[in-house]
Design a protein around this ligand. Structure first.
Ligand code: DC
Length: 242
């Protein structure tokens, strides 16, 4: 069916009764998080922000004063913190050690250490099993991260991979920061972004890769609405086709 003929904005109907997991991976600054959230809403699916889980782990590391050089202590503290979402909130709140973390997970000190924390292999194993557990409880799911299509849900119904020109990604991040009241020079943002991409792609486990069976969407010259439309069309064409 030509994608343009697919009606948008109604709950997704599957041609089979199986669970529907849609994975969205890709680097920072592609608009991935907000696009994934909007897509889930349009399709009537739940949304899982796996970056929030790694950010919550980083917040636990800071709260407990643990050194990055002690991965065993970090893994023990993160497992004990029982990081999970309260799905009765909209959007779901992330909770660690029984407390809602809210905007804490977006603060600069958390952002500064989340990449090395998320590179600890045993911590990833723990998070991956939590993510699969969430998918069992929420079998109609859009899940967003770096390894969702490659490692966590290799059998996902639809795999999407968003990318964009690094300069455009840095500009988008600058705009987000400006809206939040802070300003960082563009060349610094670009340098940090390229370095984070390099670190994310070089992780021993869960490295950021584009799965061979993922649909690549380059968002460089697309508006937010155009990206969501494109993803919605791709998903409907794959899932609703009989
Ligand atoms: O998407 P984000 O900026 O909230 O991700 C925070 C960090 O967690 C980032 O360094 C990448 C990492 N991450 C990961 O390793 N695997 C995921 N599935 C999601 C995020």
């Amino acid at each position: 069916m030509p994608e343009a003929l697919i009606a948008r904005g109604r709950p997704l109907v599957s041609a089979t009764p199986r669970p529907i997991v849609i994975t969205i991976d890709g680097p920072a600054g592609t608009g991935k998080s907000s696009v994934a959230r909007a897509l889930a809403r349009r399709l009537g699916l739940d949304f899982l922000d796996t970056g929030a889980m790694y950010r919550a782990a980083a917040a636990v590391v800071i709260e407990k004063g643990l050194p990055l050089a002690d991965p065993r202590a970090i893994v023990a503290a993160v497992v004990a913190a029982n990081i999970h979402f309260d799905w009765s909130d909209d959007p779901p709140s992330i909770i660690a050690n029984g407390r809602r973390l809210g905007s804490r997970i977006r603060e600069p000190d958390v952002t500064a250490i989340v990449s090395p924390v998320s590179a600890i292999p045993e911590l990833r194993t723990h998070m991956v099993s939590r993510q699969r557990e969430i998918a069992r409880q929420h079998p109609r799911l859009v899940t967003e991260g770096r390894d969702q299509g490659s490692v966590v849900f290799p059998d996902a119904a639809v795999k999407l991979y968003l990318d964009a020109d690094p300069t455009v990604r840095a500009l988008r991040r600058a705009e987000q920061l400006r809206a939040a009241g802070s300003s960082v020079p563009l060349d610094q943002l670009l340098r940090e972004m390229v370095e984070r991409d390099r670190a994310d792609a070089a992780k021993p486990t869960g490295a950021m890769v584009r799965p061979a069976d993922a649909e690549l969407v380059d968002t460089t010259s697309l508006t937010f609405e155009q990206v969501v439309d494109r993803l919605e069309d791709l998903v409907r064409a794959r899932v609703e086709r009989v």
